[in-house]
Design a protein around this ligand. Structure first.
Ligand SMILES: NC(=O)c1ccc[n+]([C@@H]2O[C@H](COP(=O)([O-])OP(=O)(O)OC[C@H]3O[C@@H](n4cnc5c(N)ncnc54)[C@H](OP(=O)(O)O)[C@@H]3O)[C@@H](O)[C@H]2O)c1
Length: 314
C-alpha cells in the first residue's frame, strides 16, 4: 500500500568492525587447519616416497634421509603459522592496534589540555602585567600618588550590565540600598554630574565629589566639584575610604584606578540606556558571593559580589 520500502540493516560502525574481525579470524583458522592437513599428508607422502619408493635415497643431509630435514623445515613453517594465528594476532591484531591508537589519542588529548592551561596562564600574566603598566603610566601622567585607601566601585547591574534609564535607576531593591548606605556612610563618594542630579538632595553623612566639565557648575554647600576623574581621585587620597558610585561614564573612566568592585548583580535583563563596562575576569577575582532570593520587598533575585583586582606580579 505504501510501496515496497527496503529495510536497511541498522548496524553501527563498532558492530561492523566486530563482525569483520570475526570473519577474518574464521578465515585465518580455516587456512591453518588446511595447512596442518596438507603438512600431515605431505609428510606421509615424503616418507613413503623415500622409504618405500626409494626416491632420492642418495640425499642424506646430516646423515639422515632427506625427508627428515624437509619435514622439520615444514614443521617450523607450520609452527610459525600457528604463532601467527594464535599469538601475534592476539598481541598485534586489530583490537591491539585500536587499543594502542586509543592510548595515543588519550595521551595527545592530555598534552593538548596541558598546553591550553599553560597558554591561559600566560594570557593572564600578560594581561595583568599590561594592566599594571597602563595603570602605573596613567597614575604617573596624572601625578596621582599612592592612595591611602582602596578606591572601590560600587554598582548594581542587571545581567547585561544595565545600570540606568532616563537618568534613573531601573529597580528598587531595599537590601541593596541598605548595603550601599552601610558601605558608603562616613566616606568620600565620587560621581558624575548626571548621577548627582538624579538624587533629590545630597546623601547624608558622605563627602560628595561631583565631576563635571562645566566651569561654573553650582552645587550645594559641602559638595566638591571637580573637572576630571583624576582630580576627583586626588581629592580622596587622604580619605579613609572612597567609593565611585557612578554613573556609566564615570565607572568607565574610574575602572583603571580601581582595585575593588562591590557589584550587586540583579538576575534579570532590563531595558536600559546606561551600562556598566565589561570587566576582564582574567584580572578580577570574585572574593564574595551572597545570593538573595526574590521576596515581597525585592522584585528580582540578586547577588552581592565582590571583585578584587589581581595585580600581584607572580
Ligand atoms: N545601577 C547603579 O548602580 C547606578 C549607579 C549610579 C548611576 N546609575 C545610573 O546611571 C545613569 C547616569 O550615568 P551617565 O553615564 O549617564 O552619567 P554620569 O556618569 O553620572 O555623569 C556624566 C557626566 O559626568 C561628567 N563627566 C563625565 N566624564 C567627565 C570627564 N572626563 N571630565 C569632566 N566631567 C566628566 C559630565 O558632566 P557635564 O555634562 O556636567 O560636563 C557628564 O555629562 C543614571 O541612569 C543613573 O540612575 C546607576
Amino acid at each position: 500500500m505504501f510501496g515496497n520500502k527496503k529495510i536497511k540493516p541498522q548496524i553501527d560502525q563498532e558492530q561492523l568492525e566486530l563482525i569483520q574481525n570475526a570473519q577474518h579470524r574464521v578465515r585465518q583458522k580455516k587456512r591453518l587447519y588446511f595447512h596442518f592437513v596438507l603438512f600431515v599428508l605431505g609428510a606421509l607422502a615424503m616418507i613413503v616416497a623415500n622409504l618405500a619408493l626409494g626416491v632420492r635415497e642418495d640425499i642424506t643431509p646430516f646423515e639422515k634421509p632427506w625427508f627428515v630435514s624437509a619435514i622439520l623445515i615444514w614443521l617450523c613453517l607450520l609452527l610459525y603459522h600457528v604463532l601467527n594465528v594464535f599469538v601475534f594476532n592476539t598481541f598485534m591484531g586489530k583490537a591491539w592496534e585500536k587499543a594502542q591508537l586509543d592510548k595515543l589519542i588519550i595521551d595527545q588529548k592530555v598534552r593538548i589540555e596541558k598546553l591550553k592551561n599553560q597558554l591561559e596562564k600566560e594570557d593572564i600574566h600578560i594581561a595583568r602585567s599590561k594592566l599594571f603598566n597602563e595603570q602605573t603610566a596613567i597614575k604617573a601622567s596624572n601625578q596621582i600618588t599612592t592612595q591611602k585607601n582602596t578606591l572601590t566601585i560600587i554598582v548594581a547591574a542587571g545581567e547585561n550590565n544595565e545600570i540606568g534609564k532616563d537618568n534613573k535607576l531601573i529597580w528598587h531593591l531595599s537590601d541593596d540600598l541598605k548595603r550601599f548606605k552601610k558601605l558608603t556612610s562616613g566616606h568620600h563618594i565620587i560621581m558624575g554630574r548626571k548621577t548627582f542630579e538624579s538624587f533629590p538632595k545630597p546623601l547624608p553623612n558622605r563627602t560628595h565629589i561631583v565631576i563635571s566639565r562645566q566651569e561654573n557648575y553650582s552645587a550645594p554647600e559641602g559638595v566638591i566639584v571637580v573637572n576630571s576623574i583624576e582630580e576627583a581621585i586626588k581629592k580622596t587620597q587622604n580619605a579613609s575610604q572612597a567609593y565611585v558610585i557612578g554613573g556609566g561614564e564615570i565607572y568607565k573612566q574610574a575602572l583603571p584606578f580601581t582595585s575593588k568592585i562591590e557589584l550587586t548583580r540583579v538576575h534579570h535583563t532590563f531595558d536600559a540606556d546606561t551600562f556598566f563596562p565589561e570587566i576582564d575576569l582574567k584580572l578580577w577575582k570574585e572574593t564574595r558571593n551572597e545570593f538573595h532570593k526574590k521576596d515581597k520587598d525585592h522584585a528580582y533575585e540578586f547577588s552581592f559580589l565582590t571583585y578584587e583586582l589581581l595585580l600581584e606580579q607572580s
